[in-house]
Design a protein around this ligand. Structure first.
Ligand SMILES: *Cc1c(COP(=O)(O)O)cnc(C)c1O
Ligand SMILES: [Zn+2]
Length: 403
C-alpha cells in the first residue's frame, strides 16, 4: 500500500493539470488548484474497516491526503473531534436531532490546525523553507505554531483588530508578525508583494492547494462518526469557505469510494454575518461568483472575508447539495454564544455561535425540518476570544458580605 494515492493537481475552472511533485500556487488562469486521487485503485485496496485499527487523528485518512511519506507528517494529534448532542438548543429551536462538532478541541484551539497540519507537511515535503500569509488570526496562529514544529519560517500579516490571543500565539511561536491597520484583504496585498519580491511560498487561503485537503477531514470524520449514514444538513461559518469546499469534497470522494450512498449528500449551509455576507448575496441572486463586500464588519472575525478567492467553489457546493446561504445579526451571534454556554456548558467561538443562530433562523423559515439530522460546526474555542466577551461581574473588597 502507498501512503498517499494523490495523482495530480487540476484546475476546477479551466481543467489544466499540474504535477503534484512540484510547487504550484494558483492555476495560470487565476483559479485555486485541487488535488485528485486514484479512487479506482483505492476502491480495490482500501476498506473503511481498516480504519478501526488506526489512531483518531486526521492521518487515519492518509490515503486521501497529499503527503507522500509518513515521516513528513507534522502532527500534534489534530482531528478526531467529538460530535456532541446539543439537545437543549435543539429543544429551543424545534430540531429533534441537533449536534455540534467541536473543533475547539484541537491543537491551537481552532479547526485551522487541520489545514495547517496538511498544508505545512506538504510544503515541508516539497522543500519549502519560508512562507508568508495574511490571516484573520486563527490561521496565522495555527500555521505559525505548526511551522515552529516543522522548522519552517512563518511570515504573517494580521489586521490589528484580530483577536489578541491569536496575535500572541504567533508571537510566541517565533513567527515574523506584522499588524496592519486594515482588513485581511489589505494584509493579502502586502503578502502578495512580499512573496513576489522574496520568492516565499504563498500560503494564503487557497493559493496553495493543500490546506483544503486538511479541512476536508472534517467531512470524512462526520461521515465516519455517523457510521457512514450522512446527516441531512451541515451548517458551516463561511469566510474563505475552505472548510465548506473541503466538506463537500470529502462527501464526493466518499461517494466515489462507495463508502457512503450516492443518493444522499448533506445540504451544505454557508453561514455569514449580516456585516459581511458576500456569499449570501451571491446565492440569493443565483450567481456563480461573489462581489467584494465594502466596509465589512463583524465580531465573528474568522468570517470577516469581503471577497473569497474560492467563492465559486463555495457556491457550487451549495448549489450541488441543494443547500443555502444565510446571514445573522451581531445580536443573534452574541445571544447564541451565551445561550450555548449557559444551556449546554459549551463556550464556543462567535463563528460557531453564528451557526447556531442560523440554525434557529432556518428552522423558523421551515428550511430545516423538525426531524432533520443537523450538524453545526463550532470552528474554535470561545476562550480564544474571551477578551471580546462582555461580562458584568460585581467586584468586592476583602471582607464584603455575599448575602
Ligand atoms: C477561519 C475561520 C472560519 C472560516 O473558515 P473558512 O473555511 O475560511 O471559511 C470560521 N471560524 C473560525 C473560528 C475561523 O478561524
Ligand atoms: Zn485554470
Amino acid at each position: 500500500m502507498q501512503y498517499s494515492y494523490m495523482t495530480r493537481l487540476f484546475c476546477p475552472k479551466c481543467g489544466r493539470n499540474y504535477d503534484p511533485e512540484q510547487i504550484h500556487q494558483l492555476c495560470t488562469c487565476g483559479s485555486p488548484l485541487l488535488v485528485d486521487y486514484d479512487y479506482e485503485e483505492l476502491k480495490k485496496v482500501w476498506t473503511k474497516e481498516s480504519l478501526a485499527a488506526r489512531s483518531s487523528n486526521i492521518w487515519r485518512y492518509h490515503e486521501l491526503l497529499p503527503v507522500r511519506k509518513e515521516e513528513n507528517a507534522v502532527t500534534m494529534g489534530e482531528g478526531g473531534t467529538p460530535i456532541l448532542p446539543v439537545s437543549k438548543m435543539g429543544e429551543k429551536y424545534g430540531i429533534s436531532h441537533l449536534f455540534m462538532k467541536d473543533e475547539g478541541l484541537i491543537p491551537t484551539g481552532s479547526f485551522k490546525a487541520r489545514g495547517a497540519a496538511v498544508g505545512l507537511s506538504k510544503a515541508k515535503e516539497l522543500g519549502v523553507k519560508k512562507f508568508a500569509m495574511p490571516t484573520n488570526g486563527n490561521a496565522g496562529a495555527a500555521w505559525s505554531l505548526y511551522a515552529a514544529r516543522a522548522g519552517l519560517e512563518a511570515n504573517v500579516v494580521m489586521p490589528v483588530d484580530a483577536p489578541v490571543t491569536t496575535r500572541k500565539e504567533c508571537a510566541a511561536s517565533g513567527a515574523r508578525l506584522w499588524l496592519v491597520n486594515g482588513l485581511i484583504s489589505d494584509a493579502g496585498k502586502m503578502v502578495g508583494e512580499l512573496v513576489g519580491k522574496k520568492g516565499y511560498y504563498d500560503a494564503s487561503t487557497l493559493k496553495e492547494p493543500y490546506r483544503i485537503e486538511g479541512k476536508k477531514t472534517m467531512g470524512l470524520e462526520i461521515a465516519e462518526q455517523f457510521n457512514w449514514e450522512v446527516p441531512d444538513v451541515i451548517l458551516y461559518p463561511t469566510g474563505g469557505g475552505v472548510g465548506l469546499i473541503g466538506i463537500y469534497k470529502a462527501m464526493v470522494e466518499l461517494q466515489k469510494l462507495g463508502w457512503i450512498s450516492s443518493d444522499k449528500i448533506p445540504r451544505l449551509v454557508a453561514v455569514q454575518a449580516d456585516g459581511c455576507a458576500p456569499i449570501v448575496k451571491a446565492w440569493e441572486e443565483g450567481k456563480q461568483e461573489s462581489e467584494f463586500w465594502n466596509n465589512s464588519k463583524t465580531g465573528a472575525f474568522g468570517i470577516n472575508v469581503p471577497k473569497a478567492i474560492g467563492d465559486f467553489l463555495v457556491l457550487d457546493a451549495i448549489y450541488q447539495t441543494k443547500g443555502c446561504a444565510v446571514s445573522v445579526s451581531e445580536e443573534a451571534i452574541q445571544l447564541a454564544q451565551l445561550d450555548v454556554a449557559s444551556k449546554e456548558g459549551l463556550f464556543i467561538c462567535p463563528e460557531g455561535a453564528a451557526v447556531f443562530a442560523a440554525a434557529q433562523k432556518l428552522r423558523e423559515e421551515q428550511w430545516i425540518k423538525e426531524d432533520d439530522t443537523v450538524v453545526l460546526l463550532n470552528t474554535g474555542q470561545g476562550i480564544k476570544y474571551a477578551d471580546d466577551l462582555e461580562a458584568e461581574v460585581p467586584v468586592l473588597e476583602p471582607g464584603d458580605s455575599l448575602v
